[in-house]
Design a protein around this ligand. Sequence first.
Ligand code: GRF
Length: 203
Amino acid sequence: LRIAVFASGSGSNFQAIVNAVQEGRLDARIELLVCDRPQAEVVERAQKAGVPAHTFKPKDYASREAYEQEILALLQEKGVELVVLAGYMRIITSVLVDAYWGRMINIHPSLLPSFPGLHAVRQALEHGVKITGVTVHLVDGGLDSGPVLAQRAVNVEPDDTEQSLSEKIHPIEHVLYPQVIQAIAEGAIDLKQAAQPKTKDGM
Ligand code: GRF
């Protein structure tokens, strides 16, 4: 499976995917890292792993569509079959969503549809939920809103802080994301089916 990973920050999920490929747990080739922050730590991780990186500054472009057209051309040139968002902190427009509908996934640190958007761990704490977790989902045009592919639950303890809860959630992401990508590579997760509407006759 030829994949591209999009990330903006530290890239610990990117690293988990690299490690899984190197250790033979994930039958995929990382064709490209796409990063909107050239100084981000994830760019160094890509260099060390020998993964080509496309970095760009959004403000150098006239519009989101303009930089996404450039990214789309790269993805097509490299024959990318699956786009993996891993802490990519930008809205994706219809340029990429339409081209990769059903072939673009994201990981989010809550049990969606609860707590989409920024600071999901903080949102869960502030709401006082006793269970939160991690979701991998297909990307549609909305904010963390596409069909769910996999979830893992994490208990929230009374003394948890944003940091302690994040420290429980991150390692779960690092196990789950490579597993989900491998399940897609093997066909154990059927993305075509996941992309179908879930209800009949609009009920
Ligand atoms: C992760 O918590 C992921 O769920 C969210 O962004 C964070 C990325 O962290 N979408 P990292 O850059 O992979 O360390």
